[in-house]
Design a binder for this molecule. Structure first.
Ligand SMILES: Cc1ncc(C[n+]2csc(CCOP(=O)(O)OP(=O)(O)O)c2C)c(N)n1
Ligand code: SF4
Ligand SMILES: [Mg+2]
Length: 348
């Protein structure tokens, strides 16, 4: 071995010995500058930093530019690109078949707030243990930029058409419908989004993240409330987020008067340093009230609004056996002759 080769620095690895390259996906086919691309980068970094084996992850999606994103991160994971608005039922079924997998879904404001709204609210209500990201650009990007149900009233399309309908606030809806971890971030806020995604990985229950993700082709102009410029001017973080994973020592003390510490299911800690609001993410009613008030003031509040680490998740509620249903041998899933005979007897 040459001296130069002997001295070559070892590539950086995570706690399970993988490099960030092991978490990469295919080359993106989305527009250059699309917010969705930045979110894919943050997702793969979060899984790398948390040291999750890519083969233990299933990536789910519906239809839209956003729903194409799972192709652009973590190629080694399982992936299912479902039908428009139908990701919640497919994801629920997949998790019931193998509850040992880690599940992340990527959807769009069109996919989840219009055609998929009926399925979406039932996923939250069941507290299905998965991360559900909505890459929110206020338009149907894939079908050339029509307004979606998250477009703010009064916002303008490039063609001059004004939106006359009120927006659905995804986070307020998610809190009301039963999601147990609800946050909003911006594709351009690397630090906040990274901390939120790592905390999401540590949570056991439905995590709903509404990530404002500008569509540079159809909704990044003057008059849009989902543009980079609008977000830079109106983004109001509720506090500073930081995350300490379970495999790192908590060395930094915190002041309970200014910082809330949320112990997560796996032993990690989410820390929220309050900026201006005296706010605790433990109360559902406060969360909805705050979201409604700030929206009415034209602010786009970002941060973690609600966390409940005590609520039972759907797979635990169903009391499933420990082994994945998908790999149980036939002898364990089929009742024996005697049991069948007893059953028939009871019906006669
Ligand atoms: C059943 C059905 N209806 C309509 C469509 C057309 N369609 C494809 S994607 C889409 C909306 C995508 O918007 P969104 O989920 O916000 O994703 P984005 O492209 O903005 O990321 C629509 C209406 C379809 N594919 N299938
Ligand atoms: S059309 Fe919009 S949402 Fe779709 S890839 Fe391009 S910028 Fe992104
Ligand atoms: Mg959209």
């Amino acid at each position: 071995m040459s001296a130069a080769a002997a001295e070559a620095p070892k590539p950086k690895t995570n706690r399970i010995g993988l490099q960030v390259l092991d978490y990469r996906g295919g080359k993106t086919t989305l527009c250059a500058g699309c917010g969705h691309n930045a979110i894919s980068e943050r997702i793969l970094e979060a899984y790398y930093e948390m040291g999750i084996q890519p083969e233990r992850v299933m990536k789910m999606s519906g239809i839209g530019c956003s729903s194409k994103s799972p192709a652009y991160f973590m190629s080694r994971s399982f992936s299912f690109n479902s039908v428009h608005g139908r990701m919640p039922s497919v994801a629920t079924g997949a998790l019931l078949a193998n509850k040992t997998m880690h599940s992340i879904g990527v959807s769009g404001d069109g996919d989840s707030m219009s055609i998929g709204l009926g399925q979406f609210v039932h996923l939250l209500r069941r507290n299905v243990p998965m991360i559900y990201i909505i890459e929110d650009n206020g338009v149907y990007g894939l079908t050339k930029g029509q307004f979606s149900a998250t477009a703010d009233i009064g916002s303008k399309l490039k063609t001059g058409v004004v939106n006359d309908l009120p927006a659905i606030d995804i986070c307020a809806l998610a809190v009301q419908m039963g999601a147990t971890f609800v946050g909003r971030s911006f594709s351009g806020d690397k630090k906040q989004l990274s901390a939120m995604l790592k905390a999401a990985i540590a949570h056991r229950g439905t995590v709903l993240l509404d990530v404002i993700s500008p569509c540079v082709t159809f909704n990044d102009h003057e008059g849009s409330t989902k543009s980079y410029k609008y977000m830079q001017e109106h983004d109001e973080p509720i506090g500073d987020l930081s995350f300490v994973p379970f495999f790192e020592d908590i060395t930094v003390d915190y002041d309970p008067n200014t910082t809330i510490d949320v112990p997560m299911h796996d032993g990690s800690h989410l820390r929220l340093r309050k900026l201006h609001e005296d706010y605790s993410p433990a109360n559902r009613t406060d969360a909805v009230k705050l979201l409604m008030e700030t929206h009415a003031r034209g602010e786009v509040l970002t941060g973690v609004f609600y966390v409940d680490t005590q609520q039972t998740d759907f797979t635990t509620l169903l009391n499933l056996v420990d082994e994945p249903l998908a790999t149980l041998p036939e002898a364990r899933v089929r009742p024996g002759r005697e049991v069948l005979a007893q059953l028939m007897q009871s019906l006669s």
